[in-house]
Ligand binder design. Structure first.
Ligand SMILES: Cc1cc2nc3c(=O)[nH]c(=O)nc-3n(C[C@H](O)[C@H](O)[C@H](O)COP(=O)(O)OP(=O)(O)OC[C@H]3O[C@@H](n4cnc5c(N)ncnc54)[C@H](O)[C@@H]3O)c2cc1C
Ligand SMILES: *[C@@H]1O[C@H](CO)[C@@H](O)[C@H](O)[C@H]1NC(C)=O
Ligand SMILES: *[C@@H]1O[C@H](CO)[C@@H](O)[C@H](O)[C@H]1NC(C)=O
Ligand SMILES: *[C@@H]1O[C@H](CO)[C@@H](O)[C@H](O)[C@H]1NC(C)=O
Length: 386
């Protein structure tokens, strides 16, 4: 058993790093375990090339480190990666890389978390005892592909959006993108730009906005209620895009911001896909009905052959797989049981960072809330011992 600097953090993504920095400001040492060989692995290894942050930079910085004024308003992926590397360097964080946390259990007699960590290069297992444990393994831990009837008969390439880099790999092919969130819409656009016959499945209603509309909305939300901002933004979106239902894109009944706050579902921020849909360059299909080899039938009876399928069907958390006592904070899906804004706090010194479906804004809030709470608990314990 290895004693530990008070706090163990699982994951060196934005959430784990931000929480370590917020703790450091309060002079509380922590240790970060990361299964990959680098920090911010979602951004470095599991995202497409043309990705930019969807929100303006003022909403995306991590605690105690602003973006330089020279950074563009909408930050490209590579710039954000440099920022994350600079964050680690500035605060002298030393995550332990290639360390997979394979289990964590609360030892009730020690009142500490026993964290089992496997060195993925040597397969050696160490057990660390920590007073506090922070789950920062991400809401987007693992790509999710639905179990569709007939999918196993599809002879072409099937990939999840997290493995998609760019369209040149698919040049000249017929591709079907399944899922119409931000990733799906942007990948359909990127494929079409790269000479791919690109189609997208849009099953559910979706809000289509652009960067400016989201920016205006987020600014107004500081002063006005959701209902009012939603109505205004939807009105402006209607002027910008017209009625999109004739293209197979229906709008949800609830507004984009209230929907985001209540369900975590983001509006689609259009990067040019809508124009291509209107011109017929990208074809929209409703839900999938049947897959037979290359041949796909849709819910409206239309049919088409495809060579490849890209599933932009979201992600899932895997924290409940390694965290043995997950019910102290998580449900069966590996997501917090408590609703926002109480989602970050569990029992027995267990916390989750980055599980509020609020992106980088939510991550900064979690980091500060968790550090403050640990500070209060830790101080109380230490004063008792003196
Ligand atoms: C394509 C895409 C685009 C996005 N764009 C935006 C955006 O524009 N703006 C925004 O605010 N948010 C965006 N997000 C949301 C994004 O997920 C968060 O902003 C952020 O990356 C989440 O950080 P995190 O640290 O919580 O999780 P992650 O970045 O997923 O980091 C978790 C880390 O934990 C590690 N890990 C997991 N399990 C273990 C284990 N058992 N042991 C050790 N290590 C483990 C992983 O390897 C990973 O490095 C986007 C997400 C995706 C997928
Ligand atoms: C992830 O990407 C980084 C930066 O490009 C690279 O250094 C690292 O080796 C990659 N890791 C894996 C597992 O591919
Ligand atoms: C708790 O820790 C003690 C001391 O390391 C150990 O002897 C005991 O077996 C542990 N209990 C459990 C349930 O693992
Ligand atoms: C664990 O793996 C690293 C490589 O990331 C290696 O350098 C190190 O020696 C290993 N440490 C132990 C204690 O096994």
């Amino acid at each position: 058993m290895l004693e530990l600097p008070v706090v163990a953090i699982v994951g060196a993504g934005p959430s784990g790093l931000a929480t370590a920095v917020s703790l450091q400001q309060l002079s509380i040492p922590s240790i970060i375990f990361e299964k990959e060989n680098c920090c911010a692995s979602l951004w470095k290894n599991r995202s497409y090339d043309r990705l930019k942050l969807h929100l303006a930079k003022e909403f995306c910085s991590l605690p105690y480190f602003r973006f330089p004024t020279s950074t563009p308003k909408y930050i490209p992926k590579q710039t954000f990666i440099k920022y994350m590397d600079a964050y680690v360097a500035k605060f002298k964080l030393k995550p332990l890389y290639c360390r997979f946390v394979q289990s964590a259990t609360f030892n009730t007699s020690l009142k500490k978390w026993a964290v089992e960590v496997k060195n993925t290069t040597t397969n050696k297992i160490d057990v660390y005892n920590a007073q506090f444990l922070i789950i920062a393994s991400g809401e987007n831990s693992e790509g999710f592909i639905p179990d569709l009837h007939g999918l196993d008969s599809f002879p072409g390439e099937i990939i999840h959006s997290s493995h998609y880099k760019s369209g040149d790999h698919f040049h000249g092919k017929r591709a079907l993108v399944v899922g119409c969130g931000n990733s799906g819409m942007e990948i359909a656009y990127d494929l079409n730009n790269n000479g791919v016959d690109s189609s997208i499945v849009v099953k559910n209603p979706v809000h289509i906005l652009n960067e400016e509309l989201v920016y205006v909305g987020m600014k107004l939300l500081k002063f006005f209620p959701f209902g009012l901002v939603d109505r205004l933004v939807m009105f402006l979106a209607r002027i910008k895009y017209g009625d999109l239902s004739k293209y197979g894109l229906r709008r949800p009944e609830k507004g984009p911001f209230i929907l985001k706050a209540r369900t975590g579902r983001s509006p689609v921020i259009d990067v040019g896909t809508i124009d291509k849909i209107k011109k017929g360059e990208i074809k929209v299909f409703p839900g999938l009905a049947k897959i037979q080899g290359n041949h796909v039938t849709f819910e409206n009876g239309e049919e088409k052959d495809f060579d490849t399928m890209v599933f932009a069907t979201g992600y899932r958390s895997t924290a409940n797989e390694w965290l043995k006592d997950f019910y102290y904070v998580l449900n069966e899906e590996g997501m917090p049981k408590a609703k926002f804004p109480n989602h970050w706090k569990g029992e027995n010194g267990l916390y989750c960072a980055g599980f509020s479906s609020r992106g980088l804004v939510g991550i900064s809030m979690d980091a500060d809330a968790i550090a403050d709470d640990i500070f209060n608990n830790y101080m109380v314990e230490n004063v008792k011992e003196l």
